[in-house]
Design a protein around this ligand. Structure first.
Ligand SMILES: Cc1ncc(C[n+]2csc(CCOP(=O)(O)OP(=O)(O)O)c2C)c(N)n1
Length: 580
């Protein structure tokens, strides 16, 4: 029997058929037909956010945690433009997000109609693909294509703009959904490695003949090799292969901000994080190394510092799914193009066991600095240890942007793959709270912590209401130092301590929690830390914890902007002025 469906109904049905089970969104005029159809499709859970930016971040968090595309929905005009920061965040960190926006009716387009914006034009540079759906007949194919493109190869955001009249347009003879035109793979495939943040079958590595042997020869010959791990390892789920490579060769492993948790934090071969706030011994090792095996990273400037002074004695074997990244920032001796896991599977049979003991000694015995420069008391290390303990080490940490982000990156003891989620490339304040909602829905029953500064928390704290309404049990930690701490630190170091617009007032977070009807705590001293964190963890539903931390603590070490990895600031500097 054939049936007649509206464009909105077709949209819902195709999403369900593709395995989508949750939408983060906010209604409005141009997307009303989709919202009218939604109640007919209870398989699609709709989470009503309090701001569309949060819908995009939540979809992003869902995608990073599940390996499946996250979907967000907004109306035209201001609804659509509110998604922009979230889409840019997903774009910079290669996350599969599909945004569905309402658009004014086709007959009104181009007339500056009420709430008309050219969202495709606005988002073109920050999406992998975008499409205006011009007829109901396109909907099914466009939705499948959007989900496929978002997840295929190097993942990224895709936007579908759907005019209101197309949502209302009827397609007669819609019948049963057509089978997927392209194998998306992720929901019915067994090929997904466990813990992978991306699912689906990757194409075979595109590498010139002989390149695996050449790469192996470089690895065997190197005296001071390092493995640098980026987000690509998480996206491909290459945890086991990475570990085999490291353990077979004894090569020390460095994890970038988005590579954190791809390698066991406490593994004796783990060195730590490189770059602007990387540990001194890690950056020193990079500067001394003669071979870097770069796995799924783009060598961005926060990692390399001044490129002219980066790892000058090192050859690079660069493994990347996106061929355009190879040689973009750092010249590669050998580029291996493909999914990191697939490339490592091809490379490992060529790798003979070796050790790097002398080199490891030289690096300095892997002493990891912890909690540098914090006065005794309620330090980030103590707070993060209490959180880890309360969750039995099994939680996912979603961090915001700023000083606390660096502490969370460097000091938390990550025990499981893909348990550290943050906005790396765009560095989006306000990311943590909404992204953590998406993570919590992707990992039901598992503890999820959103850790923010007092600045970033106030950017999206309205989402507490979403958590309450939807029963999403995120634990929210606010590191309250009374400042936009990371900017204050730059002002201290490079602007003669002129704290312009960085002191920041906060509301009473305990009362705020009370107003939302959730558990709220203020922790001012070490004595109360452990019990309070344990109480908050055990409390049902969301909870808000405010940690009163030292106000002018700094993140050390720090490579000054424009400096090379060899020039770390390791302690309170004499007053410096910004270089001209
Ligand atoms: C949306 C956005 N606006 C501005 C910035 C610039 N910025 C980077 S870190 C930072 C300060 C963050 O302060 P807070 O959230 O209190 O965290 P803290 O550094 O104190 O841990 C600012 C303003 C940003 N990264 N994102």
């Amino acid at each position: 029997m054939t049936e007649s469906l509206t464009g909105a109904q077709l949209l819902c049905r195709t999403l369900i058929d593709e395995g989508v089970d949750v939408l983060f969104g906010y209604p409005g005029g141009a997307i009303m037909p989709l919202y009218h159809a939604l109640p007919e499709y209870p398989e699609l859970r709709h989470v009503l956010v309090r701001h569309e930016q949060a819908a995009a971040h939540a979809a992003d968090g869902y995608a990073r945690a599940s390996g499946r595309a996250g979907v967000c929905v907004a109306t035209s005009g201001p609804g659509a433009t509110n998604l922009v920061t979230g889409l840019a965040t997903a774009h910079m960190d290669s996350t599969p997000v599909v945004a569905i926006t309402g658009q004014v009716a086709r007959s009104m387009m181009g007339r500056d109609a009420f709430q008309e914006t050219d969202i495709i034009g606005i988002t073109q540079p920050i999406t992998k693909h975008s499409r205006l759906i011009e007829d109901v007949e396109e909907i099914e194919e466009a939705v499948r294509e959007a989900l496929y493109i978002a997840q295929e190869g190097r993942p990224g955001p895709v936007l579908l703009d759907v005019p209101k009249d197309v949502q209302n347009q009827k397609l007669s003879g819609a019948g049963e959904p057509a089978p997927s035109k392209r194998a998306r793979g992720q929901r019915d495939s067994n090929s997904t490695p466990p813990g992978s943040s991306r699912a689906g079958t990757a194409p075979l590595p595109r590498c010139p003949a002989g390149s695996f042997e050449e790469a192996a020869a470089l690895i065997h010959a190197a005296q001071r090799p390092l493995i640098m791990v980026g987000h690509g390892v998480v996206l491909s789920g290459a945890y086991a292969e990475l570990r085999v490579l490291a353990e077979r060769t004894g090569i020390p492993v460095i994890t970038t901000l988005l590579g954190i948790s791809a390698f066991p934090e406490a593994h004796p071969l783990h060195l730590g994080m490189p770059g602007m706030h990387g540990e001194v011994h890690v950056n020193r090792a990079i500067q001394q190394s003669d071979l870097i095996i770069g796995l799924g990273l783009r060598f961005d400037d926060r990692v390399t510092g001044n490129l002219a002074g980066f790892a000058r004695g090192a050859k690079l074997i660069h493994v990347e799914l996106d061929a355009s990244e190879i040689g973009k920032n750092v010249p590669a001796a050998i580029g291996l193009v493909g999914d990191v896991r697939d490339v490592l599977c091809r490379l490992l049979p060529e790798i003979a066991p070796r050790s790097c003991d002398a080199w490891r000694q030289e690096i300095g015995g892997f002493t990891r600095l912890r909690d540098e420069n914090f006065q005794a008391g309620l330090s980030p290390q103590a707070i993060l240890d209490a959180i880890a303990e309360s969750a039995g080490g099994q939680c996912t940490i979603v961090s915001d942007v700023g000083q606390h982000q660096m502490w969370v990156a460097k000091l938390f003891r990550y025990q499981r793959p893909n348990s550290h989620i943050t906005s790396g490339g765009l560095g989006t304040m306000g990311f943590a709270v909404p992204a953590a909602m998406g993570v919590a829905l992707a990992r039901p029953g598992e503890p999820v912590w959103a850790i923010s500064g007092d600045g970033g928390f106030q950017m999206n704290m309205q989402e507490i209401a979403t958590m309450v309404q939807e029963g999403i049990p995120v634990k929210m930690a606010v590191f309250n130092n009374g400042y936009l701490g990371m900017v204050r630190q730059w002002q201290q170091f490079f602007h003669g301590r002129r704290y312009s617009a960085t002191p920041i007032w906060s509301p009473d977070y305990v009362k705020l929690a009370e107003a939302y009807g959730i558990a709220g705590y203020r922790i001012e001293s070490l004595d109360e830390l452990q019990d309070t964190v344990a109480d908050a963890s055990a409390a049902p539903g969301p909870a808000l914890l405010e940690f009163m931390i030292e106000q002018e603590a700094n993140v050390f070490p720090m490579i000054p902007p424009g400096g090379s990895l060899s020039e770390p600031i390791e302690g309170e500097p004499a007053i410096r002025m910004v270089p001209a």
